[in-house]
Ligand binder design. Structure first.
Ligand code: SAM
Length: 238
């Protein structure tokens, strides 16, 4: 377990006690305590989840990895849609949230770990390649070298035609960040989420380029989508 995980344990080293229900309250209290790591005050809506998974051919998938699963709105839908032969690997750094996921989805491979250890996690399971990586990680706030490691591993492990899909609650603001790593980036806006957000669908990793990671005029981020006509914005099918 990495050092960063220690922050999430109580004094006795045990995960803190979870809350009942679908984990909304747990998620919210986590957000109050560690806003930067949790990055959103509510779990993803079903519209966000639907948009994230849109276009995935679940019949063909052999392995899907979810990074930063939180209370499991995406996990739940993955379990529902994935074929029995598809391996699901669910990674969550927070021990309370990981414990919640294990209780909520018994039998599912929930790994309490830092997504930065993805190589190790996959090696341990004898997994070589992955069809899709779905990320709820607060990537923009993760230190650059760690972020690069995560994206580098993701790119190396994806099958040809696979995708790295990233949730966001700051629509388009970090478009350039993902374009630094991937040749093809599409953004799908999801208005019906709290707060409104979207999904980046990234393919064709080309490694980090020297381009700026964040827009020069952040405050105009949302309205400047017209500057990316080649890739465009899909309104989510919600
Ligand atoms: C915005 S929440 C997304 C939760 C869930 N996927 C959803 O859509 O509701 C981000 C999640 O990423 C987890 N996380 C943050 N940094 C992580 C890391 N380095 N490795 C694994 N999980 C991480 C947080 O604990 C939190 O549960």
């Amino acid at each position: 377990m990495t050092k960063r995980n220690d922050m999430f344990s109580n004094d006795s080293g045990q995960p803190r006690v979870s809350s009942p229900g679908d984990g909304r309250w747990l998620f919210f209290t986590k957000f109050l305590k560690r806003g930067k790591v949790i990055a959103s005050f509510a779990p993803s809506s079903r519209f966000m989840v639907r948009t994230l998974l849109k276009g995935i051919d679940f019949e063909k998938c052999r392995c899907i990895v979810e990074l930063g699963a939180g209370t499991g709105p995406i996990t739940q839908e993955l379990i529902r849609r994935a074929s029995p032969t598809c391996r699901l690997v669910i990674v969550e750094i927070d021990p309370d949230l990981a414990a919640h996921l294990r209780r909520r989805f018994p039998g599912v491979d929930v790994v309490e770990a830092d997504a930065a250890d993805l190589d190790h996690i996959l090696d341990e399971r004898g997994i070589d390649r992955v069809d899709h990586i779905l990320s709820g990680l607060p990537l923009p706030s993760i230190p650059e070298e760690v972020r690069e490691r995560i994206l580098d591993v993701a790119a190396r492990r994806l099958i040809e035609g696979g995708s790295f899909r990233q949730l966001t609650v700051m629509p388009l603001v970090y478009y350039r960040l993902y374009r630094r790593y991937f040749q093809a980036v599409r953004f799908k806006f999801v208005p019906l989420n709290l707060p409104p957000g979207g999904v980046y669908v990234c393919q064709e990793f080309h490694g980090p380029t020297g381009r700026r990671a964040t827009p020069r005029r952040r405050r105009w981020g949302f309205w400047r989508w017209q500057r990316f006509p080649r890739h465009g914005v899909d309104r989510a099918d919600t």
